[in-house]
Design a protein around this ligand. Structure first.
Ligand code: NDP
Length: 333
């Protein structure tokens, strides 16, 4: 019996903000698994900002999606047919490439096994996966905040930001969080324990930082880039540290462009350290154990925004970029 899957392909390169017409759902044939391969049915799809870069002409570390090809992305699924001893039928797995589709066949060696005993399997796309490891890398690996230091986090109510806020608080820092709505602000200063909130859509961020951190920021976790990074450079204290995590404000265009006021880093001995989660994947086991224990102990708030069904994926992606999610954005199949 020949099998098929449904998948989402890139119908057009988005011009500016992505539109649903940039995506198309298609049926595609599914091969029977060969020796060493497995057939996986996806249960959860990851929705991530970097996908916008991969949809553009220029691409990045993550490559460029060819027009008409299925879009790459993270997913957690269940093995439903196996010809690989290491991953018998019924195993749960994470793929960094086979999101945006319902099922796929690959060599078992391409997949990361997921232990459902650690916690809900979709956590391997968020807290125990790319975004949680990114937050850990930026806070612990790069910034290393000390008790009493003032730390700023932007896109703070998102998947990476919400974990970064909590890790910085747990280190004893004073945390200033920024995001794009009053509801997000109430969550950040309530459940997540941030000390202050700045609504970047409504407020003058530079003026507010001057008011609430007059001695400057000791550390900043930058998810946004663009104009926000320029404001941060001016707001840093001498010898301040910036972790460059992302530049979502510019994923529609010149995301590789640097800040116009970079000279402020020279004047103030500010360090800017770019990093990506891949540099911390070798520590994933340790990071996941720590996060799972904190979550079980009620010391880590985990939020997920969930859309349902493959057809909802383009809309979920558009909503993520527009700020309509809190915590990790996922699609449940
Ligand atoms: P989020 O869950 O944070 O979603 C993105 C959020 O960014 C939106 O909710 C929106 O919230 C905010 N945003 C969108 N546009 C703008 C803008 N122009 N200015 C300010 N805020 C904006 O996504 P992730 O947690 O997955 O990713 C956060 C960042 O981390 C991204 O830049 C991403 O590329 C980066 N990243 C980096 C990795 C690495 O290895 N270095 C790995 C994973 C992610 P709001 O309501 O606040 O506007």
């Amino acid at each position: 019996m020949s099998r098929t899957t449904r998948q989402i392909v890139l119908a057009a390169r988005p011009q500016g903000v992505p539109q649903t017409a940039d995506f198309r759902i298609e049926d595609a044939p599914l091969a029977e698994p060969g020796e060493g391969e497995v057939l996986v049915r996806n249960l959860w799809l990851s929705v991530d900002p970097y996908m916008r870069i991969a949809m553009g002409e220029e691409g990045s570390l993550h490559g460029t999606v060819p027009l008409g090809d299925p879009i790459s992305g993270g997913a957690v699924g269940e093995v439903i047919a196996s010809r690989a001893e290491a991953l018998p039928k019924g195993s749960f797995v994470m793929s960094r490439a086979h999101g945006w589709r319902e099922a796929y066949v690959v060599p078992a060696a391409d997949l990361v096994p997921v232990d459902p005993a650690t916690g809900p399997v979709q956590r391997h796309l968020g807290l125990y996966g790319l975004t949680g490891i990114t937050a850990w890398g930026g806070v612990r690996g790069v910034l290393d905040p000390q008790p009493g230091e003032t730390v700023f986090v932007n896109a703070a109510a998102g998947a990476v930001g919400s974990v970064a806020v909590q890790l910085a608080k747990a280190a004893g820092a004073r945390v200033i969080a920024s995001a794009g709505s009053a509801e997000k602000g109430a969550w950040l200063t309530g459940a997540l324990g941030a000390d202050q909130f700045i609504d970047y859509r409504e407020e003058d961020v530079a003026a507010r930082l001057a008011e609430i951190a007059p001695s400057g920021l000791d550390a900043a976790f930058d998810n946004v880039g663009g104009n926000q990074l320029e404001i941060l450079l001016d707001a840093m204290a001498p010898r301040g540290r910036i972790a460059l995590c992302g530049a979502i404000a510019r994923y529609d265009g010149a995301y590789r462009a640097g800040p116009a006021n970079l000279f402020a880093a020279i004047e103030k001995h500010v360090s800017l350290t770019g990093f990506n989660a891949g540099f911390y994947f070798d520590r994933a086991g340790e990071i996941i154990s720590e996060f799972a224990a904190l979550e079980r102990a009620g010391k880590l708030v985990v939020a997920e925004t969930v859309a349902h069904g493959l057809d909802a994926m383009p809309g979920a992606f558009i909503d993520l970029l527009a700020g309509r999610s809190r915590g990790k954005m996922l699609v449940k199949l």
